[in-house]
Write a protein that binds this ligand. Structure first.
Ligand SMILES: *Cc1c(COP(=O)(O)O)cnc(C)c1O
Length: 428
Protein backbone atom coordinates (compact mmCIF):
# COMPACT_ATOMS: atom_id res chain seq x y z
CA UNK A 1 0.00 0.00 0.00
CA UNK A 2 1.51 3.33 -1.05
CA UNK A 3 0.70 5.97 1.50
CA UNK A 4 2.77 8.95 2.56
CA UNK A 5 4.63 8.13 5.79
CA UNK A 6 2.13 8.09 8.63
CA UNK A 7 2.79 7.66 12.31
CA UNK A 8 2.06 4.34 13.97
CA UNK A 9 -1.06 5.34 15.89
CA UNK A 10 -2.68 6.48 12.65
CA UNK A 11 -1.64 3.28 10.86
CA UNK A 12 -3.16 1.21 13.70
CA UNK A 13 -6.51 2.94 13.21
CA UNK A 14 -6.51 3.70 9.46
CA UNK A 15 -4.05 1.27 7.85
CA UNK A 16 -4.95 -1.64 5.61
CA UNK A 17 -8.56 -1.40 4.36
CA UNK A 18 -9.08 1.72 2.21
CA UNK A 19 -12.75 1.74 1.20
CA UNK A 20 -13.81 3.42 -2.01
CA UNK A 21 -16.99 5.49 -2.40
CA UNK A 22 -19.98 3.63 -1.04
CA UNK A 23 -17.99 0.71 0.36
CA UNK A 24 -18.20 -0.38 4.03
CA UNK A 25 -16.19 1.83 6.38
CA UNK A 26 -15.21 -1.20 8.45
CA UNK A 27 -13.12 -4.00 6.90
CA UNK A 28 -15.67 -6.66 5.86
CA UNK A 29 -15.24 -10.36 6.63
CA UNK A 30 -14.98 -12.03 3.23
CA UNK A 31 -16.54 -15.24 4.51
CA UNK A 32 -16.12 -17.02 1.20
CA UNK A 33 -13.87 -19.91 0.28
CA UNK A 34 -13.95 -19.02 -3.40
CA UNK A 35 -14.14 -16.12 -5.87
CA UNK A 36 -15.94 -15.72 -9.20
CA UNK A 37 -14.51 -15.05 -12.69
CA UNK A 38 -16.04 -14.39 -16.12
CA UNK A 39 -13.79 -16.46 -18.35
CA UNK A 40 -11.75 -19.60 -18.14
CA UNK A 41 -8.68 -17.64 -19.29
CA UNK A 42 -8.94 -15.25 -16.35
CA UNK A 43 -8.84 -18.20 -13.96
CA UNK A 44 -6.00 -19.86 -15.87
CA UNK A 45 -3.89 -16.69 -15.58
CA UNK A 46 -4.35 -16.73 -11.80
CA UNK A 47 -3.14 -20.32 -11.57
CA UNK A 48 -0.11 -19.41 -13.70
CA UNK A 49 0.59 -16.39 -11.45
CA UNK A 50 0.35 -14.20 -14.59
CA UNK A 51 -2.38 -12.12 -12.95
CA UNK A 52 -2.97 -11.24 -9.30
CA UNK A 53 -6.34 -12.07 -7.82
CA UNK A 54 -8.26 -14.22 -5.39
CA UNK A 55 -9.50 -17.66 -6.27
CA UNK A 56 -9.41 -19.83 -3.16
CA UNK A 57 -9.11 -18.75 0.49
CA UNK A 58 -6.50 -21.43 1.31
CA UNK A 59 -4.04 -19.22 -0.61
CA UNK A 60 -5.35 -15.71 -0.08
CA UNK A 61 -8.41 -13.88 1.20
CA UNK A 62 -9.09 -10.11 0.98
CA UNK A 63 -9.87 -9.73 4.72
CA UNK A 64 -6.56 -11.33 5.61
CA UNK A 65 -4.61 -9.33 3.03
CA UNK A 66 -5.95 -6.02 4.30
CA UNK A 67 -4.90 -6.89 7.86
CA UNK A 68 -1.50 -8.09 6.60
CA UNK A 69 -1.13 -4.74 4.79
CA UNK A 70 -1.67 -2.88 8.08
CA UNK A 71 0.96 -5.00 9.88
CA UNK A 72 3.29 -4.53 6.89
CA UNK A 73 2.99 -0.74 7.11
CA UNK A 74 3.51 -0.82 10.91
CA UNK A 75 6.76 -2.78 10.43
CA UNK A 76 7.91 -0.71 7.43
CA UNK A 77 8.02 -3.75 5.12
CA UNK A 78 7.16 -4.31 1.45
CA UNK A 79 5.01 -7.47 1.70
CA UNK A 80 3.27 -9.48 4.41
CA UNK A 81 0.98 -12.43 4.96
CA UNK A 82 -1.13 -13.80 7.80
CA UNK A 83 -0.88 -17.38 9.06
CA UNK A 84 -3.13 -19.47 11.31
CA UNK A 85 -0.75 -19.11 14.30
CA UNK A 86 2.60 -17.76 15.39
CA UNK A 87 3.93 -21.33 15.14
CA UNK A 88 2.91 -21.46 11.47
CA UNK A 89 4.52 -18.05 10.87
CA UNK A 90 7.90 -19.16 12.24
CA UNK A 91 7.69 -22.51 10.48
CA UNK A 92 6.91 -20.92 7.09
CA UNK A 93 9.47 -18.15 7.58
CA UNK A 94 12.24 -20.74 7.99
CA UNK A 95 10.94 -23.49 5.68
CA UNK A 96 10.52 -20.96 2.85
CA UNK A 97 14.32 -20.81 2.49
CA UNK A 98 15.50 -24.08 4.13
CA UNK A 99 15.01 -27.60 2.89
CA UNK A 100 16.29 -31.05 3.87
CA UNK A 101 20.07 -30.93 4.22
CA UNK A 102 20.13 -27.25 5.17
CA UNK A 103 21.08 -25.72 8.51
CA UNK A 104 20.28 -22.53 10.40
CA UNK A 105 21.41 -20.74 13.55
CA UNK A 106 19.06 -19.47 16.25
CA UNK A 107 19.31 -17.68 19.56
CA UNK A 108 18.92 -20.14 22.45
CA UNK A 109 16.48 -17.87 24.29
CA UNK A 110 13.26 -18.60 22.41
CA UNK A 111 9.61 -19.25 23.08
CA UNK A 112 9.25 -22.94 24.08
CA UNK A 113 7.03 -23.78 21.10
CA UNK A 114 9.57 -22.32 18.69
CA UNK A 115 12.36 -24.27 20.39
CA UNK A 116 10.45 -27.54 19.92
CA UNK A 117 9.58 -26.69 16.31
CA UNK A 118 13.23 -26.00 15.48
CA UNK A 119 14.99 -28.62 17.63
CA UNK A 120 12.61 -31.56 17.24
CA UNK A 121 10.08 -31.28 14.42
CA UNK A 122 12.17 -29.53 11.76
CA UNK A 123 15.04 -31.87 12.58
CA UNK A 124 12.78 -34.73 11.46
CA UNK A 125 12.45 -32.90 8.13
CA UNK A 126 16.21 -32.96 7.72
CA UNK A 127 16.75 -29.32 8.71
CA UNK A 128 19.30 -28.83 11.46
CA UNK A 129 19.56 -25.95 13.91
CA UNK A 130 22.41 -24.77 16.13
CA UNK A 131 21.43 -22.67 19.15
CA UNK A 132 23.75 -19.88 20.25
CA UNK A 133 23.88 -17.70 23.36
CA UNK A 134 22.51 -14.36 22.04
CA UNK A 135 24.91 -12.49 24.31
CA UNK A 136 28.00 -14.27 22.94
CA UNK A 137 30.59 -12.38 20.88
CA UNK A 138 30.26 -12.05 17.10
CA UNK A 139 33.16 -14.49 16.63
CA UNK A 140 31.58 -17.09 18.86
CA UNK A 141 28.22 -16.86 17.08
CA UNK A 142 29.94 -16.89 13.68
CA UNK A 143 31.56 -20.23 14.61
CA UNK A 144 28.09 -21.85 14.53
CA UNK A 145 27.80 -21.10 10.79
CA UNK A 146 28.41 -23.81 8.20
CA UNK A 147 28.51 -23.77 4.38
CA UNK A 148 24.83 -24.91 4.34
CA UNK A 149 23.58 -22.31 6.87
CA UNK A 150 20.60 -20.45 5.41
CA UNK A 151 19.48 -17.95 8.07
CA UNK A 152 19.91 -16.52 11.55
CA UNK A 153 16.90 -16.32 13.90
CA UNK A 154 16.15 -14.52 17.19
CA UNK A 155 13.36 -12.96 19.29
CA UNK A 156 13.55 -9.17 19.78
CA UNK A 157 12.40 -9.71 23.39
CA UNK A 158 12.47 -13.41 24.27
CA UNK A 159 9.47 -15.13 25.84
CA UNK A 160 9.88 -15.83 28.77
CA UNK A 161 13.61 -15.15 29.26
CA UNK A 162 13.15 -11.39 28.54
CA UNK A 163 16.56 -11.18 26.88
CA UNK A 164 16.75 -8.26 24.44
CA UNK A 165 18.32 -9.14 21.08
CA UNK A 166 21.25 -7.04 19.85
CA UNK A 167 19.63 -6.79 16.42
CA UNK A 168 22.47 -4.87 14.73
CA UNK A 169 25.00 -7.45 15.91
CA UNK A 170 22.84 -10.33 14.68
CA UNK A 171 22.23 -8.59 11.32
CA UNK A 172 25.98 -8.04 10.83
CA UNK A 173 26.73 -11.72 11.50
CA UNK A 174 23.93 -12.93 9.19
CA UNK A 175 24.84 -10.60 6.32
CA UNK A 176 28.57 -11.38 6.53
CA UNK A 177 27.54 -15.00 5.83
CA UNK A 178 25.20 -14.09 2.96
CA UNK A 179 22.01 -15.05 4.81
CA UNK A 180 19.03 -13.08 6.19
CA UNK A 181 18.18 -12.30 9.81
CA UNK A 182 14.65 -13.33 10.86
CA UNK A 183 13.33 -11.68 14.04
CA UNK A 184 10.24 -12.76 15.97
CA UNK A 185 8.95 -9.35 17.12
CA UNK A 186 5.91 -10.63 19.07
CA UNK A 187 6.65 -9.13 22.51
CA UNK A 188 7.57 -5.49 21.74
CA UNK A 189 5.24 -5.32 18.67
CA UNK A 190 6.00 -2.78 15.92
CA UNK A 191 4.76 -0.07 18.29
CA UNK A 192 7.91 -0.42 20.40
CA UNK A 193 10.44 -1.95 18.00
CA UNK A 194 10.99 -2.07 14.23
CA UNK A 195 13.69 -4.69 13.60
CA UNK A 196 13.96 -3.60 9.91
CA UNK A 197 15.41 -0.26 11.08
CA UNK A 198 18.35 -2.21 12.55
CA UNK A 199 19.08 -4.58 9.68
CA UNK A 200 16.63 -7.48 10.17
CA UNK A 201 15.31 -8.83 6.85
CA UNK A 202 12.18 -10.77 7.82
CA UNK A 203 9.92 -10.23 10.85
CA UNK A 204 7.45 -12.74 12.30
CA UNK A 205 4.64 -12.36 14.83
CA UNK A 206 2.35 -14.39 16.99
CA UNK A 207 -0.60 -12.03 16.53
CA UNK A 208 -2.28 -14.07 19.30
CA UNK A 209 -0.49 -11.87 21.82
CA UNK A 210 -0.58 -8.06 21.96
CA UNK A 211 -1.74 -7.51 18.37
CA UNK A 212 -5.05 -9.26 19.01
CA UNK A 213 -4.66 -8.19 22.61
CA UNK A 214 -7.90 -9.63 23.95
CA UNK A 215 -7.13 -13.38 23.84
CA UNK A 216 -9.82 -14.03 21.23
CA UNK A 217 -7.98 -15.47 18.20
CA UNK A 218 -4.81 -17.46 17.54
CA UNK A 219 -2.86 -16.07 14.56
CA UNK A 220 0.49 -15.18 13.05
CA UNK A 221 2.12 -12.91 10.48
CA UNK A 222 5.27 -12.76 8.35
CA UNK A 223 6.62 -9.46 6.99
CA UNK A 224 9.41 -8.98 4.44
CA UNK A 225 11.55 -5.83 4.49
CA UNK A 226 12.37 -6.36 0.80
CA UNK A 227 16.00 -5.59 1.65
CA UNK A 228 17.66 -8.99 1.36
CA UNK A 229 19.14 -9.59 -2.09
CA UNK A 230 18.35 -13.28 -2.68
CA UNK A 231 19.71 -13.21 -6.22
CA UNK A 232 23.11 -11.95 -4.99
CA UNK A 233 23.37 -15.16 -2.92
CA UNK A 234 21.56 -17.34 -5.44
CA UNK A 235 23.39 -20.56 -4.48
CA UNK A 236 22.09 -20.31 -0.91
CA UNK A 237 18.45 -19.90 -1.96
CA UNK A 238 17.67 -22.11 -4.96
CA UNK A 239 13.98 -22.19 -3.97
CA UNK A 240 13.76 -18.49 -4.77
CA UNK A 241 16.28 -18.18 -7.58
CA UNK A 242 15.74 -21.32 -9.70
CA UNK A 243 12.62 -22.50 -11.58
CA UNK A 244 9.62 -23.79 -9.56
CA UNK A 245 8.30 -26.88 -11.36
CA UNK A 246 4.90 -26.45 -9.73
CA UNK A 247 4.48 -23.14 -11.65
CA UNK A 248 5.82 -24.09 -15.11
CA UNK A 249 9.38 -23.13 -14.22
CA UNK A 250 8.67 -19.67 -12.81
CA UNK A 251 11.60 -18.05 -10.91
CA UNK A 252 10.35 -16.03 -7.90
CA UNK A 253 13.16 -13.46 -7.76
CA UNK A 254 12.83 -12.74 -11.48
CA UNK A 255 9.04 -12.61 -11.56
CA UNK A 256 8.36 -10.82 -8.25
CA UNK A 257 11.51 -8.87 -7.22
CA UNK A 258 11.10 -7.60 -3.66
CA UNK A 259 7.87 -9.61 -3.38
CA UNK A 260 9.64 -12.94 -4.08
CA UNK A 261 9.84 -14.26 -0.52
CA UNK A 262 6.22 -13.59 0.53
CA UNK A 263 4.90 -14.66 -2.89
CA UNK A 264 6.69 -18.01 -2.61
CA UNK A 265 5.47 -18.53 0.96
CA UNK A 266 1.90 -17.82 -0.20
CA UNK A 267 1.62 -19.60 -3.53
CA UNK A 268 3.79 -22.57 -2.55
CA UNK A 269 3.77 -23.13 1.23
CA UNK A 270 0.25 -21.85 1.90
CA UNK A 271 -1.03 -23.71 -1.16
CA UNK A 272 0.54 -26.98 -0.03
CA UNK A 273 0.42 -26.77 3.78
CA UNK A 274 -2.70 -24.63 4.20
CA UNK A 275 -2.15 -22.85 7.55
CA UNK A 276 -4.40 -19.97 6.52
CA UNK A 277 -5.89 -17.62 9.12
CA UNK A 278 -9.69 -17.72 9.19
CA UNK A 279 -11.06 -14.40 7.83
CA UNK A 280 -13.16 -14.10 11.01
CA UNK A 281 -9.97 -14.24 13.09
CA UNK A 282 -8.30 -11.67 10.83
CA UNK A 283 -11.30 -9.39 11.40
CA UNK A 284 -10.91 -9.74 15.20
CA UNK A 285 -7.16 -9.15 14.87
CA UNK A 286 -7.83 -5.96 12.93
CA UNK A 287 -10.05 -4.62 15.73
CA UNK A 288 -7.25 -5.42 18.18
CA UNK A 289 -4.73 -3.58 16.01
CA UNK A 290 -6.88 -0.43 16.09
CA UNK A 291 -5.91 0.11 19.76
CA UNK A 292 -2.45 -1.52 19.78
CA UNK A 293 -0.64 1.81 20.20
CA UNK A 294 -2.77 2.76 23.21
CA UNK A 295 -2.62 -0.64 24.86
CA UNK A 296 1.16 -1.05 24.49
CA UNK A 297 1.73 2.27 26.25
CA UNK A 298 -0.46 1.18 29.13
CA UNK A 299 1.00 -2.37 29.31
CA UNK A 300 4.49 -0.87 29.51
CA UNK A 301 3.75 1.82 32.08
CA UNK A 302 1.89 -0.69 34.25
CA UNK A 303 4.69 -3.27 33.95
CA UNK A 304 7.28 -0.64 34.83
CA UNK A 305 5.33 0.31 37.96
CA UNK A 306 4.90 -3.37 38.92
CA UNK A 307 8.62 -4.10 38.36
CA UNK A 308 9.61 -1.14 40.55
CA UNK A 309 7.08 -2.12 43.21
CA UNK A 310 8.28 -5.73 43.33
CA UNK A 311 11.94 -4.67 43.39
CA UNK A 312 11.20 -2.58 46.49
CA UNK A 313 9.51 -5.40 48.45
CA UNK A 314 11.37 -7.43 51.10
CA UNK A 315 9.47 -10.65 50.13
CA UNK A 316 10.84 -10.53 46.57
CA UNK A 317 14.18 -12.25 45.81
CA UNK A 318 14.67 -10.93 42.27
CA UNK A 319 12.85 -9.18 39.39
CA UNK A 320 13.65 -9.38 35.69
CA UNK A 321 12.32 -6.59 33.44
CA UNK A 322 14.36 -4.75 30.78
CA UNK A 323 12.71 -1.47 31.83
CA UNK A 324 14.46 -1.58 35.23
CA UNK A 325 17.62 0.56 35.30
CA UNK A 326 19.66 -2.29 36.84
CA UNK A 327 18.51 -4.96 34.38
CA UNK A 328 21.16 -6.72 32.29
CA UNK A 329 19.27 -5.79 29.10
CA UNK A 330 18.37 -2.21 30.02
CA UNK A 331 20.87 -0.59 27.64
CA UNK A 332 19.84 -2.77 24.67
CA UNK A 333 16.17 -2.07 25.43
CA UNK A 334 16.85 1.69 25.49
CA UNK A 335 18.56 1.46 22.12
CA UNK A 336 16.13 -0.78 20.23
CA UNK A 337 12.84 -0.02 21.98
CA UNK A 338 13.07 3.41 23.62
CA UNK A 339 9.28 3.71 24.05
CA UNK A 340 9.09 0.49 26.12
CA UNK A 341 9.53 -3.27 25.83
CA UNK A 342 6.39 -5.20 26.77
CA UNK A 343 4.07 -5.93 29.68
CA UNK A 344 5.64 -9.25 30.69
CA UNK A 345 8.07 -9.58 33.58
CA UNK A 346 9.37 -12.41 35.74
CA UNK A 347 10.24 -12.51 39.42
CA UNK A 348 11.00 -14.88 42.28
CA UNK A 349 9.94 -14.86 45.91
CA UNK A 350 12.11 -15.60 48.93
CA UNK A 351 10.89 -19.02 50.05
CA UNK A 352 11.07 -20.53 46.58
CA UNK A 353 8.60 -22.85 44.93
CA UNK A 354 6.14 -23.30 47.83
CA UNK A 355 5.92 -19.61 48.57
CA UNK A 356 5.37 -18.91 44.85
CA UNK A 357 2.39 -21.27 44.78
CA UNK A 358 0.88 -19.77 47.97
CA UNK A 359 1.34 -16.28 46.57
CA UNK A 360 -0.34 -17.09 43.27
CA UNK A 361 -3.26 -18.81 44.96
CA UNK A 362 -3.77 -15.68 47.09
CA UNK A 363 -4.16 -13.31 44.14
CA UNK A 364 -7.70 -12.03 43.64
CA UNK A 365 -8.32 -10.74 40.10
CA UNK A 366 -4.88 -11.47 38.65
CA UNK A 367 -5.69 -14.92 37.30
CA UNK A 368 -3.68 -18.09 36.68
CA UNK A 369 -3.79 -18.84 32.92
CA UNK A 370 -1.46 -20.22 30.24
CA UNK A 371 -1.33 -17.06 28.21
CA UNK A 372 0.52 -13.78 28.04
CA UNK A 373 0.04 -10.40 26.49
CA UNK A 374 -3.67 -9.73 26.67
CA UNK A 375 -5.63 -6.99 28.38
CA UNK A 376 -6.13 -8.98 31.63
CA UNK A 377 -3.32 -9.39 34.16
CA UNK A 378 -2.32 -13.01 34.59
CA UNK A 379 0.39 -15.18 36.13
CA UNK A 380 1.96 -18.53 35.39
CA UNK A 381 4.35 -20.62 37.50
CA UNK A 382 6.37 -22.68 35.00
CA UNK A 383 7.68 -25.09 37.69
CA UNK A 384 4.07 -26.03 38.56
CA UNK A 385 2.58 -25.76 35.06
CA UNK A 386 4.41 -25.69 31.71
CA UNK A 387 7.63 -27.24 33.08
CA UNK A 388 6.22 -29.37 35.92
CA UNK A 389 7.93 -32.59 34.80
CA UNK A 390 11.41 -31.10 35.43
CA UNK A 391 13.49 -31.44 38.62
CA UNK A 392 14.66 -28.26 40.39
CA UNK A 393 18.10 -28.75 38.84
CA UNK A 394 16.68 -29.24 35.34
CA UNK A 395 14.57 -26.12 35.86
CA UNK A 396 17.68 -24.03 36.52
CA UNK A 397 19.33 -25.48 33.41
CA UNK A 398 16.26 -24.57 31.36
CA UNK A 399 16.50 -20.99 32.61
CA UNK A 400 13.28 -21.22 34.65
CA UNK A 401 14.25 -21.57 38.31
CA UNK A 402 11.64 -23.18 40.60
CA UNK A 403 10.67 -19.83 42.13
CA UNK A 404 10.11 -18.05 38.76
CA UNK A 405 6.69 -16.45 38.33
CA UNK A 406 5.84 -15.05 34.90
CA UNK A 407 3.56 -12.05 35.25
CA UNK A 408 1.79 -10.62 32.19
CA UNK A 409 0.74 -7.17 33.34
CA UNK A 410 -2.61 -6.12 31.89
CA UNK A 411 -4.16 -2.72 31.25
CA UNK A 412 -6.31 -2.51 34.39
CA UNK A 413 -5.79 0.45 36.74
CA UNK A 414 -2.33 0.22 38.27
CA UNK A 415 -3.59 0.93 41.83
CA UNK A 416 -5.72 -2.22 41.72
CA UNK A 417 -2.90 -4.35 40.31
CA UNK A 418 -0.47 -3.18 43.00
CA UNK A 419 -3.08 -3.69 45.73
CA UNK A 420 -3.73 -7.24 44.59
CA UNK A 421 0.01 -7.98 44.57
CA UNK A 422 0.49 -6.39 47.97
CA UNK A 423 -2.29 -8.31 49.71
CA UNK A 424 -0.96 -11.60 48.25
CA UNK A 425 2.62 -10.79 49.30
CA UNK A 426 1.50 -10.00 52.84
CA UNK A 427 -0.71 -13.08 53.26
CA UNK A 428 1.06 -15.70 55.37
C1 LIG B 1 3.26 -17.39 21.59
C2 LIG B 1 4.47 -17.19 20.80
C3 LIG B 1 4.68 -17.88 19.60
C4 LIG B 1 3.71 -18.92 19.08
O1 LIG B 1 2.54 -18.29 18.70
P1 LIG B 1 1.09 -19.01 18.62
O2 LIG B 1 0.25 -17.93 18.06
O3 LIG B 1 0.75 -19.44 20.01
O4 LIG B 1 1.25 -20.18 17.69
C5 LIG B 1 5.83 -17.60 18.88
N1 LIG B 1 6.73 -16.69 19.33
C6 LIG B 1 6.56 -16.02 20.48
C7 LIG B 1 7.60 -15.04 20.93
C8 LIG B 1 5.44 -16.24 21.27
O5 LIG B 1 5.28 -15.57 22.42
Amino acid sequence: MKNQKRTKGTICVQGGWQPKTGEPRVLPIYQSTTFKYETSQQMADLFDLKAAGYFYTRLQNPTNDNVAAKICELEGGVAAMLTSSGQAANYYAVFNICSAGDHFVASSTLYGGTYNLFAVTMKKMGIEVTFVDPDASEDEIARAFRPNTRLLFGESVANPALTVLDIEKFARIAHSHGVPLIVDNTFPTPINCNPFDWGADIVTHSTTKYMDGHATAVGGAIVDSGNFDWAAHADNFPGLTTPDDSYHGLVYTTAFGQGAYITKATVQLMRDLGSIQAPMNAFLLNIGLETLHLRMQRHCSNAQAVAEFLASRPEVAWVSYPGLAGDKYHALAQKYMPTGTCGVLTFGLKGGRERSVEFMDSLRFISIVTHVADARSCVLHPASHTHRQLSDRQLVEAGVPADLIRFSVGIEDIEDILNDLQQALEKQ
